[in-house]
Design a protein around this ligand. Sequence first.
Ligand SMILES: [Zn+2]
Length: 844
Amino acid sequence: MNRILLILMLAFSFSAFAQPLSYYLPTSVTYNSSIPAPKEIVGHEVGEWHITHDRLVNYMKAVDAASDRVTLKVTGTTHEGRQQLALFITSAANHAKLETIRQQHIHLQDPTKNASLNVTEMPAVVWIGCSIHGNEPSGANMSLLLIYYLAAAQGAQIDELLSNTVIILDPSFNPDGLNRFASWVNTHKSATSVTDPNASEFNEVWPGGRTNHYWFDLNRDWLPAQQPESQNRLKIFHDWRPNILTDHHEMGSNSTFFFQPGVPSRVNPNTPKKNQELTGAIGNYHAKFLDSIGSFYFTKEGYDDFYYGKGSTFPDIHGGIGILFEQASSRGHAQQTENGLLTFPFTVRNQFTTALSTLEAARNLRKDLLSYQREFYNNVKQEATTTSVKAYVFGDAFDQSRNALFIEMMKRHKIEVFENKQSLDADGKTFSAGSSWIVPTNQSQYKLVKTIFEKTLRYEDSLFYDITSWTFPLAMGIAYAELKSMPVSTGAMVDEVKKPVGTIIGNNSNYAYAFEWDDFYAPKLLYALQTKGLITKVATQQFESATVNGKKKFTYGTILIPVKNQNKSSEEIQKLIANAVSATGVQVYALTSGLSTSGIDLGSGSFVNTRTPKILLMGGTGVSGNDAGEIWHMLDQRMRIPSTLIEVERLNAVSINSYNIIIMPEGTYRNMDKAAQDKLKAWITNGGTVLAFENAGVFLSASGITKTIYKADELKGDSTVMLAYNMRADETRAREMPGSIFEARIDMTHPICYGYHTKTISIFKANTLFMDQNNNPYDSPVILTDNPLQSGYLHKSYVDKIKNNAIVNIENIGRGKVITYSENMNFRAFWFGTSKLFLNGLFF
Ligand SMILES: [Zn+2]
C-alpha cells in the first residue's frame, strides 16, 4: 500500500459506510449540473453523517434558488425557532399558474363546482412528509436526494411527472426532534466502524429525539393540533388537500420495510372502501420498485388506519390516501442486526425508492385519484344531507377559554362554526346565547365533524395501534348535544376566534377582589399574583356578595385577594390585577364589603391561604417522556408556571428541601433506589406533596410509601381457556386498554375538584390500572360511575372490574400528602376536562 493511498484512507475513514449519489439515484437519466448536489452545500455525502436541520434548510434553499421547478415556503417555526418548510415542486409551466391549479384542486371538493372540472387536465397533488419522529431520520435524509432528483433530472420521464403532479415536500415534520437525534448519533460516531448495538450511538439518553420540544408525539397531533408544528403544517394541508400523503417512519432494527395497506379490519369505518383499494393499487408500485433493488418488505400486518390524528390516516378523511412507510432503523450509521449489517445509506435508499414509487403511482393513477377525491366529497355531501343529526350545539357557560380553545381547534380544520342566537334546550341541558355555538353537519367537513363529536362503542377488531375514542367535547369538558333539526336561525359564522378579554368588574376596590376557579386560565392568574407577592386565599365554602352587577354567587374554589395587609398599595394591587387579567382573559370582581349577602363573610376562617407551588418534575429513564412533557407543557406553555426537571438518577445528589411539590409522571421508576425512596418519604413526612400519575402510584404503593391498593389486571387472560398458539399474542393484546372515555362522579366541595360545576366529568383511560377507593371516603373525591364507559373499546373482562374505581386518592403521610391519580390528567394537551384535577393539587 503506498503512502498516498493510506493518507486518503485515513482522511475518509469517517466515511466507512458512505455511498456516492449513484448508489441512490436512477442512473438512466442525466442531471443538470447547475443544481448543487447535496455534498456541495452540506459538506458530506447523503447518509455519511446524519443531516442536521440547519444544513437541511441550507440545502433546500440552495436548490430553490437554482431551480425553476422548485418554490420554497417557510410555513412557520417550531418551539425552538427552527423553520418548517414546504417545497412546491412541479414544472415551470405549472409554477406560473400554481394558484389557479390550487383553486381548481380545491373546487374538486365542492359539489356545487366540481361537476364541470376535467380531471384529465388536472395535476395530482402529492405530499411527501419526512421523519415526524425525529429519531427515525432516513426520511429526512432521503429528502436531500428527492429534491436533488426532482430539480436536476433531465428527460421526458421527469418532464411528464412534473407536468402531471404538484409535489409538496416537507423534508422534516419535526425539526427539533431531528436535530436532537442528529446531534446524538453524530457525536457518538467513531472513525473505525463500530456496529455493536450496545454502543451509545444506537442508544439515546432520555427523552430521545422521537418527539418535539415538549416531548409530544407529533404523529398523534394532526387532529388535536395543539403543537405549532401541526398548526403550521395544517395551513398548507388544508390549502391543498393532497391526493396522496406519505409519512416516512422507521421501526425496530431487526425488521425489514412496511408499506400500507395495513390490517384491513382496523381501518376506521368512516374511511371509504375505495380508499383501501387505491392504497393497494399504489402498494403495487412500492413492491415493484423495492423488488428491483432487492429489498424485503411486508404489508397488511401490524399497523392500522384507525385514529385520524396520525399522518397516514388524517388524509383518509379528506378524500386523499395516507401512506405509512416504516423502515427498519439503523439508528446510527451502521448496526449489526438479525438480518446482517444494516447501514444508514441502505435505509435512506429504501425511503427514496418508495418516494419515487409513490410519484410513479401518482402519475399513472392520477385520474383515479382525482376522481376519487371528487366522489369522496360528493358522497360526503350526500351523507351530510341525509344524516339524522343536523347539528351539534356546544358551550361551557362558565369558561370562555375552553370554548375558545375548542373553536380554535375546529377552525384550524376549516370546520364551520356559528354563534348560537337563542336559548336552546337539548339532551337535558340548556345552551344560552352568547356562550354556545352551533356546528351544522351539512358542511364539507362533515366527516371530520362526525369524528370530533361522535361516541363510538362498536369495533370490528379488538386490537389497536392507538386510542379508540377521542370525542372532543368530552375531552375538553364542554357540554354538547346532538340536534335533530337545525335551529331556525343562527348567529354569524365564527371567522376569527375571539380570545376572552379579562376585566375587573367594578374596576377597583380598597377592600378585596375575587375570581372564580372555573376558567381554564384561573391557575395562570393565581400563580401570576402569587409570584408578585400577594397573599391569596381560597374559599372552601360558597358565598354571595354585592358587585356592581348586583349580587353574585361565588362557589367553592373562588380566590380572594385582600387589599389590606399586603406589602403593596391599593393602586399597585389594582394595576397588578388589571395586567394579570388582560394576560389571562379571566374575570375578576371588585368587592367593597366583607359582609356577604349569604354564605361565609370575607373574614371567615373558611378562606384558606393558597400555596405557591415550587415544583420538582421528575424525569429520566423509567419515566414516560410523553407524560412528563404533557405536564411540562401544561405548566410552562399554558399556565406559565416554572418547574425544575430532575432525572430520577440525580435525586440522591440534589437537595429537595426547597420544593413543596414533587410531580411523578407515569413511569416504572426502576432507577429510584432505596436511598432515594427514603429521601422522598422523609420529604413527604416533613410536609411535601407528591402528585403521582398512573404507574408512579403503583411504584409508591409497592415501595410502601402509600397504602393505595390496585386490583390485578387481566392481561394474562383466562388460563382455563385453551387457545391456539398463534392466537395467544392477539388475545393478550385484546385485553389492553388503548384509550377510551369513562364517566366519573366528583365531589365538587373537595379542593381537588374546585372549578367544576357538573357532578360528572369524562376521564381518559389508557391503562389497565384499577385503583381501589381509600378507606376514608373523603379521600377519594373522583370515582367512576356504575356504568362508566362513554366511548371507546373496553374488553369484556373489565366491565365489572372498572365500576366505582377511584381516579384520585389522597393520603396524608406525616405532615405531607400523596395525591395518586390512576390516569393521565393532561393527555396530549387537549384533554382539558381533567386539567383542573391536576392543577388543584398544586395550589390547595
Ligand atoms: Zn415513527
